[in-house]
Design a protein around this ligand. Sequence first.
Ligand code: MN
Ligand code: MN
Length: 320
Amino acid sequence: MGKTILPDARVMPRFAGLCTFCRYPRLEDVAPEQSPVDWAIYGVPFDGGVTYRPGARFGPRAIREASQYVKRYHVEHGVDVCDTLSIADAGDAPISPYSIPETIEAHRNFAREIGNAQSTRLLAVGGDHSIAYTNIQVAWERFGSPKKGLALIHFDSHLDTVDSVWGEKHGHASVFRRAIEDGIVTPDRMLSIGVKGPLNSGDDLKFAAANGVRVLSPDEFRREGVKAAADFLRREGGEPVYLTFDIDVVDPAFAPGTGTPSIGGFTSGEVLAALRLFKGANLVGADVVEVLPDRDVAGITSLLAAHVIFEILALDAARR
Ligand code: MN
Ligand code: MN
């Protein structure tokens, strides 16, 4: 549809007014000419799926706040995101802080209704990584085929393919195990970038290996990332692709505000460059998860997450 109307920063300064993602309009305020929107961004303030430190429920608020200084023109892609795409903030999904199953159901009902249009792509902001499952499912319902799952670009320090933890099958460590088992992600079209140890056991790698998931550690990505991304794009062509971004893929020196920090990750500059390699992918949904504002320093993790949102939107704007 094109065009996102932003408030004029010379009239309504970036530090004033109601806080939405990147100052995009609230979904209910989008003019008919800009509807249905191309992308709806929404928060999922839920962290009941974590195995370690909680606090990601405060992620959507902190990222909205940090995103006020995200501007509209992407220099590397040479594209004005707001001239190309119609984007809105759809608010926060209803969640149940004590219940993963109730949260999944409430979140799914909410996401299915967003934009009231099958053409609107959804970008979910966590929350812990468990919330990705539902957004992937709805993206698959909107853009996928009943016969096969979506391709997946996965940025994370962790594979998140554990069968269950404490008997829970939908925690943040099991997202892609479930998505693959349920057929909404095709494992041999999944690329996991930035995975690193130490692990509880070498067995943790077995599910991904047995199912053909391509896994690249940070060192491997530095060596082979350009080719791996090109191979991915060539293979997928215009097929629907989902992008999931766990902020802990970035080194805690650059993104300390997260619950399961992992040493030896990408710098913020490296990870933005890595994202830009996927220009041309037909992104049909995305998420940015695992920001814990209470562990953050000077808001740098939230600020990075806000720019990762912008990079994802810019990938789609650059494709059109
Ligand atoms: Mn994760
Ligand atoms: Mn992780």
